[in-house]
Write a protein that binds this ligand. Structure first.
Ligand code: ZN
Length: 315
């Protein structure tokens, strides 16, 4: 499925997150499986209609066809406007395609990595636009959707450049204060939080044994008053992401007190204690996973992603 049969750079979207990175074919397969689940889970009108939650299944935007995930992101005339305005190769493609995986394979085959990134971000924005149309009665015009997509991609490219500046094959940083590669068979997930006045930014980066980024994610959340709570929320996102991707992980962050709380037998009664206890439950099911402390210098990429998250515009 992957271009060249070996690996490809890709980007996936899912709800409020964007994943970038390189994936080997078996990892890619896992990601595709995940996408299938999302496809089924997307609360489109057709799905809701199947569950008898809405009166009819027609698209709220164009009012014609059944609203499936494929309709929202590909077939709907409102989606066609986006594709025609953004990626030349796609302009002449049929809008009749109704199988997402077949479409996605065709996209992988025909598009450059850069175009593929843009497609993935646009699909995510199409979905968010559909939601804001239904729930807030706002509808973004095609040009501003395409502009937002390009801005998202620029942000992530910067994050990648930040990383490559400080990256050597197995270590990042210098001396004893550096990112250290995970032991064989593991992925390392670094997390960090950045507290702004208006928002909380969470950043996560997943890297393999040679330091390649497999996925990264930024989340923008409402602000919290406590920095340990913020760190705990970031760890939770890292746990969820690793879980969804099916990785065996070493989770690493620079919040020493919280890492100690996670690894302690005692129940945590702090502000974020309920999350700490949730993480412990996951760790009991995944005995191989570890949560460990690293100095700030070893956590640079997660830190810059967390800061970046604060700058991400809400769609
Ligand atoms: Zn429609």
């Amino acid at each position: 499925m992957a271009r060249g049969g070996t690996r490809l750079n890709h980007l996936l979207f899912a709800y409020d997150r964007v994943l970038f990175g390189k994936a080997k074919s078996e990892e890619w397969k896992k990601l595709m499986d995940m996408l299938k689940v999302y496809e089924r889970a997307l609360a489109t009108k057709k799905n809701l209609w199947k569950r008898k939650a809405v009166e009819n299944a027609s698209c709220p935007i164009c009012g014609f066809e059944e609203e499936t995930a494929m309709h929202v992101m590909w077939q709907c005339p409102a989606a066609r406007d986006i594709w025609i305005g953004s990626i030349q190769v796609i302009q002449k493609w049929s809008s009749v395609e109704d199988n997402f995986l077949i479409l996605w394979e065709k996209l992988i085959d025909k598009l450059t990595d850069k175009e593929l990134e843009l497609v993935a971000v646009l699909m995510r924005l199409l979905w968010l636009r559909r939601n804001s149309f239904i729930f807030e009665e706002k509808f973004k015009d095609p040009d501003s959707v395409i502009r937002s997509a390009r801005a998202v991609i620029e942000d992530f490219q910067e994050a990648r450049i930040d990383e490559s500046k400080i990256k050597s094959p197995v270590t990042i940083g210098s001396g004893s204060q550096r990112w250290i590669k995970p032991t064989q068979g593991f992925i390392k997930a670094n997390w960090d939080a950045s507290l702004g006045t208006q928002n909380l930014g969470l950043g996560i980066v997943l890297r393999n044994g040679i330091g390649e980024v497999l996925a990264c994610a930024c989340y923008k959340k409402p602000p919290v008053s406590d920095s340990t709570l913020a760190e705990t929320m970031a760890l939770w996102q890292a746990v969820e992401l690793s879980n969804e991707l099916g990785f065996r992980v070493i989770l690493e962050g620079d919040a020493q007190v919280m890492v100690q709380a996670i690894n302690s037998e005692d129940e945590d009664f702090s502000l974020g204690g309920h999350i700490v206890e949730d993480v412990k439950v996951v760790l009991r099911e995944r005995r191989a996973w570890k949560v460990q402390f690293t100095r700030r210098e070893g956590n640079g990429v997660a830190n810059s992603l967390a800061k970046k998250a604060l700058l991400v515009e809400h769609d």
